[in-house]
Design a protein around this ligand. Structure first.
Ligand SMILES: [Zn+2]
Length: 400
């Protein structure tokens, strides 16, 4: 697989970083892109910090707060394409050649990523990765990004960042990155983006929307559950001229770490000399995240979006992920205050909810254990029954 002709060009008031990709027959030759549109990122956010928090010293006004994206955010380098195409190349069993400057550190780490991928997933074959120019990545303005979906995991990381703002040396999150991997468009998607902007504004951060065809481009070769960590890292690497540090919110906690696309042993390996990529928030289960932080944040409870089954940003209230989130909220005693899910949990519905995968069943068991620990044996019993009723499953994983 060959990556070449890396270019940054103006697009839709913003900037587009793209590269030509040539590979085996299973992947048509095409251009892969990461685009930061301008117009949607142009609105000044609502002012104000999270309730109860003072502005951190020296951050009276965040750098470049309301400015349009700049060309310099998306340097003409191959780092993003290395991260994006390593797993697809391994699936095809083709060496990956990046004909562009690539971080020497990232190039070294890629060997370890190959080892981990090959150990976790038999269908991925070890390949060699080479670059035209292994060079140190130049340092940018060192903004701090957090991938943000309005879900439990990303709110936990955002609220954790707010808690740590008073700590000496802490670098607060300055940019919430919303990546439209599904290439959604339309009124529901626009409303979802408005909510991301509102949360960003209330958090003293800027919302940055990124468009990319990466998911559609790689879908014939890789499973999203295995790949999405690399997809997030690739997006951060595309924005390497803006970011000095970027957080990926953990999906699982340290006591339960199955092979998964975003993982504490994996995410940091995508770092370069200029950009540190951090796997954040694996210290808590989903219910613990809700009980510790989301339950105390009206901003989170009013804007929580966990379900991608129907329309962007709309929680259906009926799928296993919605119901599992409702178990967590009810266990923490705040379901009635959540504005985006049904305010009452129907236990019959919970017991009967179809499970899409073995991972979903594991996640439901975990929610049940946490409910029991929080003094809700009724929720625990219903969640346990739901997990037991449906199975066994083929080896497909569900996003937690
Ligand atoms: Zn749902």
């Amino acid at each position: 697989m060959i990556v070449e002709d890396v270019r940054c060009e103006p697009a839709a008031d913003g900037w587009r970083l793209s590269a030509a990709v040539r590979a085996g027959a299973e992947l048509p030759s095409a251009r892969l892109h990461f685009t930061v549109p301008g117009a949607e990122n142009d609105r000044p956010p609502e002012r104000g910090w999270l309730p109860g928090l003072d502005r951190p010293p020296g951050h009276d006004r965040l750098p470049e707060h309301d400015r349009l994206p700049e060309r310099g955010w998306l340097p003409e380098r191959g780092d993003a394409f290395l991260a994006a195409l390593l797993m697809p190349a391994m699936r095809l069993g083709e060496d990956l050649v990046v004909d562009a400057p690539v971080s020497a550190r990232l190039l070294r780490s890629a060997r370890t990523v190959v080892d981990i991928y090959a150990a976790w997933w038999e269908r991925l074959r070890p390949v060699r990765v080479t670059a035209a120019e292994p060079v140190e990545a130049p340092r940018g303005p060192a903004a701090v990004g957090l991938f943000f979906t309005l879900g439990v995991d990303s709110f936990y990381s955002l609220l954790g960042d707010a808690e740590r703002r008073a700590e000496p040396g802490h670098r607060p999150v300055t940019d919430l990155l919303f990546v439209n991997f599904e290439q959604h468009a339309g009124p529901d998607h626009d409303r979802l983006l408005d909510r991301v902007r509102r949360v960003a504004g209330r958090s003293g951060a800027r919302a940055v929307r990124v468009e990319t065809d990466l998911r559609a481009f790689t879908a014939p070769l890789v499973r999203w559950e295995d790949f999405h960590g690399a997809a997030l890292a690739a997006t951060a690497l595309a924005l390497q001229g803006l970011l000095g540090r970027c957080l990926i919110a953990a999906s699982f906690d340290y006591r339960h770490l199955p092979p998964y696309g975003s993982h504490p042993v994996l995410d940091h390996l995508w770092s370069t000399e200029a950009l540190e990529i951090v796997h954040d928030g694996a210290d808590a289960t989903r219910t613990q995240k809700v009980a510790r932080r989301l339950a105390h944040s009206d901003l989170a409870l009013r804007n929580l979006a966990v379900c991608w089954r129907d329309r962007p940003g709309r929680n259906c209230g009926a799928c296993e992920k919605c119901l599992r989130t409702m178990v967590a909220l009810e266990s923490a005693g705040v379901l009635g205050r959540c504005g985006t899910l049904p305010r009452v949990l129907d236990l019959d519905r919970l017991r009967d909810v179809p499970m899409g995968s073995a991972d979903a069943r594991d996640a439901m068991r975990e929610a049940g254990r946490d409910a029991a620990a929080l003094g809700r044996p009724d929720l625990a019993a219903a969640a346990e029954l739901a997990a037991d009723r449906h199975g066994p499953f083929p080896g497909t994983a569900a996003a937690p």
